[in-house]
Design a protein around this ligand. Structure first.
Ligand code: GDP
Length: 205
């Protein structure tokens, strides 16, 4: 996908469509869809904001009452961006909550138009046990997902290269994981264009 197409796509207006607390409330499948998921605090809101170049977009998703909802944002007439609830909320939670798994599995199996899941991994931590559970859930649902590192600005170049290689190697052992990963920093802008290009290839032309 040309960088020019990706840039134009992500320069379009991005508007909040709705928040769905349950599968019954999902909006009609009018556009190809990509969903973002990760541990809470992984940097999901910051990354969404960086992608669409708005400071406040994903703030919607972080307002009280909406954090457990599946939030839909329409990018022009080309792509639906879906902000899934984060996992591992409680500080002590080492496993995916049953309720979260039900909600996410319900979403994944209901959306024929879902093109890819963006699985966010904190670059400082790498893939944690709870992320592995999320990967296993995505493997079972047979949904294509791309691991994306966040907050790479917090690492030195050598550490960044190491973690990128190890996450990519682990992703290759998962049936549904996309073979290439993207390393990003919402703060510095690194990898944002690369991720835009990855997603633009899935958008309605
Ligand atoms: P969410 O809970 O996954 O939506 O995470 P947020 O986007 O709210 O970010 C969680 C924390 O990480 C906030 O304090 C952000 O400022 C910080 N953060 C997010 N992205 C980056 C990044 O690219 N670099 C750095 N250094 N911090 C980040």
């Amino acid at each position: 996908m040309s960088p020019e197409f990706a840039r134009k796509l992500f320069a379009q207006s991005c508007d909040f469509v709705c928040g769905a607390p349950a599968v019954e409330n999902l909006p009609p499948q009018t556009l190809p869809e990509v969903a973002f998921v990760g541990r809470s605090n992984v940097g999901k809101s910051s990354l969404l904001n960086a992608l669409v170049n708005r400071r406040t977009l994903a703030r919607v998703s972080n307002t009280p009452g909406r954090t457990r909802e599946i939030n839909f944002f329409r990018l022009g007439d080309a792509l639906m961006l879906v902000d899934l609830p984060g996992y591992g909320y409680a500080r002590a939670s080492k496993s995916l909550a049953a309720e979260w798994q039900r909600q996410i599995t319900g979403y994944l199996t209901a959306r024929a138009n879902l093109r890819r899941v963006v699985l966010l991994i904190d670059a400082r931590r790498g893939i944690m046990p709870i992320d592995r559970e999320a990967m296993a859930l995505l493997d079972r649902a047979a949904v294509s997902y791309v691991p994306v590192l966040t907050k790479t600005d917090k690492l030195k170049a050598t550490e960044r290269a190491e973690i990128t290689a190890s996450v990519a190697a682990e992703a290759q052992t998962h049936a549904a994981a996309y073979p290439e990963i993207v390393a990003t920093s919402a703060e510095k802008g690194d990898g944002i264009d690369a991720l835009r290009q990855h997603l633009a290839a899935l958008a309605r032309p």
